[in-house]
Design a protein. Sequence first.
Lengths: 141, 502
Amino acid sequence: MAVLRLLAPLVIAVFAGAAIWRSSLYGVWKHSAPGAGLFPLLTSCGLLFFALLWLYDRAVSKDPLAALPEGVAMLRVGLQLAALVLFALVLDPLGYVAVAIGLAIITAVIAGEKNWGWMIVVALLAGFGVKYFFTALGTPL
Amino acid sequence: MMTGLEGLLGGFGNALAPDLLLWALWGCLLGNLVGVLPGLGSAGAIAILLPVTTVLPPGPAIIMLGGIYYGSQYGGTITTILLNIPGEASSAVTALDGHPMARQGRAGAALGIAAIGSFVGGCIGTLALAFGAPILARAGLAMGPAERFSMMLFALALLGTLLGKDAIKGFMMAFLGLLISTVGIDPTEGVPRFTFGEAHLLDGVNFAVAVMGLFGLAEVLLNAEERLTGGITEKVGRIVPTLAELRQALGAIVRGSIIGTGLGIIPGAGSTLASFISYGAETSVARDSSRFGRGAIEGVAGPETANNAYANASFIPLFSLGIPGTGSLAIQMGGMMMYGITPGPFLFRDNPSLVWTVIGSMLVGNIILLALNIPLVSIWIQLLRIRYSLLSPLIAILTLVGAYSITSSVFAVWIAIAFGAVGYVCHKLRLPLPPLVFTMVVGPSLESSFRRALQISNGDPSYFLSSWISIVFLGAAALLVLFVLATFLLRRQPMRSLATPD
């Protein structure tokens, strides 16, 4: 539990540390003027500083841990994220309409919809309706 | 530069052109429609609808964006009163009396008074914008890069500090946003930063795509977890408030307008603070404060007026100094920049016709909203009967397609999904998003002012202390940060939160 409490600030602190290292490679100071790396370096340092303060706060705080999803709820979030990733992966090979209909049905099921009739209506709206709408706006899908 | 009255009259005349009226109407309608969706909030509504405006020329697009902004604000009120689900934190206080009114069968009166209060507050906020912003912009024009950098730093410090007990996390998110804003080719030396060989990142992280993920997809993930539901009020009652109700609410509307407009000028104060102060003022001036929380009409009129007065007046620092006070306004600013219009002191000088037309359209938009919302309430109620499990797929698809439409590339879809996951995690960890969005949008101008100041001074950092304006802003920013650090480190007592995200 203690590890979980400190995990998020630790991840951000490590990320900030990596950004400091990377920024220094872009050149911090050149010919009495700031280089491309100075501003990212300063912001990464600021990020690291406040991430460490948050880490300290989490370490000494008795506040309850943020309400992380558990069990089935966690599974639903994971499935929803996987569905979004799948959408991006197969958008080009399968085309917009098929992928959008699939994502709409999966999202509705994850969100707890049980009426298949309405689900199909929404899926068709998401597929054909949105395609028509954006094509009319000048973005062919 | 034109005077406030000349500009406002000219802008109002321009905004009445049929095509612009139509775009304002569409904006209000779409904003209302998306704002009504439970839990989404105005930032989410603007983020999702941003791509819809991309096909328009800058003027109509910005007018439509403005319509979406205040349309979504009122849409959130409908959900708050009828479902007891505040679309955003600023509406939470409206729920205290608005929902009890709805349960008493007076939902119509609550919605009606909210529409009237929003109209009055919005108009007063817009008038303050018309007369205040040009004066502030003139002061902004006199500022050099050092002063501009110091001013933005001060606004950032203020935004973080006003997050109260979340200030440390707010500052952390602000620095994260600044870091994200540096991704892409460095404008001075042409060095690619944090692109890791990915050509799509050379132009940086697309702001609109990022906010669509942060607000739209994060909402879909949250709904997957929580399966949002709400019990809709069946009996709405009369929509137009009675004369007695109007008389009862009049004082609250006047006080709410003053509070909202006054706070709108301060970047980062937040509409939440405006609505809470207004509610506090109403409870303290009421003869019988025990009515509050049980359906007092002033408890709806005051906060809703303050909220909308704030929404319009907060354009003052945005248009005159380029400082967006809230997350929604930061998205609005990002949208304007997409059309090549940079809010700031030069806006009134370089694009006077456009800016006055936009301000004029705000007045028109307020009238449209009032005219729309009184007759359309029954339609919005029908919309609220649609199950969230059927709306969630549409939000997901519109967000993903919206992201795709901005760059016509699947890479944007990946960025939206990544930011969606970040937005979800931030929500779970109670990390405030407004500072992140704020710095993502002002980051490039903050860096540019910082570097230009150092270039002018041949790298001498004391240049930032060479003018009184800069000294005052830097000193105030330092004091705010020290105050937050001292409170955090010495007392370890959480400060009372003054404002919650947007």
